[in-house]
Design a protein around this ligand. Sequence first.
Ligand code: UDP
Ligand code: MG
Length: 329
Amino acid sequence: MKKTIELIVPCYNEENCIQAFYNSVREVFKKLYKYDFIITFVDDGSKDNTLNIIKEVAGTATKGRVQYIALSRNFGKESAIYAGLSKSRGDYVALMDADLQHPPELIIKMLDAIENEGYDRATARRISRTGEPMIRSLFSRAFYHIINHVTVIDLVPGSTDYCLMKRNVVEAILSVTERERFTKGIYAWVGYKNKWIEYENVERVAGKTKWNFMGLFRYAYSGFIAFATTPLRGVVYLGLLITIAAFIYAANIWISTMQNPYAPRNGYASIMIIMLFLGGVIITTLGMIGEYLARIYMEVKNRPIYFERESNIIKEKKDLCTEDEKLKR
Ligand code: UDP
Ligand code: MG
């Protein structure tokens, strides 16, 4: 039986991309005729015609080749990826965006790395950021710098979610069941031998990005909280530092009182400054602890990561490449 490569494609309002995506993938798999391929579109609660177009494409393709899972609402890309992975059966599984910003032909190099060079997964890495606003690139660089310094994970700048992995890596990722999913961090955390496949940035084929600056900031922030506990330790150090500063200040007052007991002192101003400073420190620290507490709260609720509204996935695995399909190629 042929090995199957399954592509998991999260889609949110991508009605103008689906057909182009399918056509490009089909072209690539003409070269990879020794493999079967399945595309699993995960419709992440799209408000446009995405699901109907996926169904149309599924209707024209070989039976079972184009699968879909429609989620009950928009859960976000990370949950959509989890939904796709948890339903996947392919021997190799790839994660790809629907907008063709992840060039499908890279699959060939990725497959080569896994099959011939002994890697467990291959991940695409953008080496240019053309077409991206300056502020986004700057922010992104700063994010990688900070997260790599304060967490156990090592994220590579320009790394994307686009990857091809062996079944065991998929199982490892699925075993990480946290709700607030920062996929890039989870990939890095599970480990395994990864090969970086570099490529030049590509612009979307149609539609527009779902990310604005604030959205990206929230994503980065939540990724940071998910993997770093350093801020909590930082709070302890800050507390110690303030205590030491208080002792030095007390010693300073004591010495100057000894030297001149009648020296005029502005007691009101210094007390106000210290009170405001400490008030600020205490509230910030509580807020920081609150962030982690909120995470614990969300995680202990143990809510499902997604709900499926409908799907056309058939359970049994079979060779999809029928004789007439071979002729069509
Ligand atoms: N996406 C999703 N759910 C969301 C937002 C995005 O499934 O809530 C999908 C989207 O359809 C696309 C991929 O995630 O296939 C990447 O999104 P986008 O192209 O907007 O991000 P960018 O490439 O600009 O980082
Ligand atoms: Mg995109």
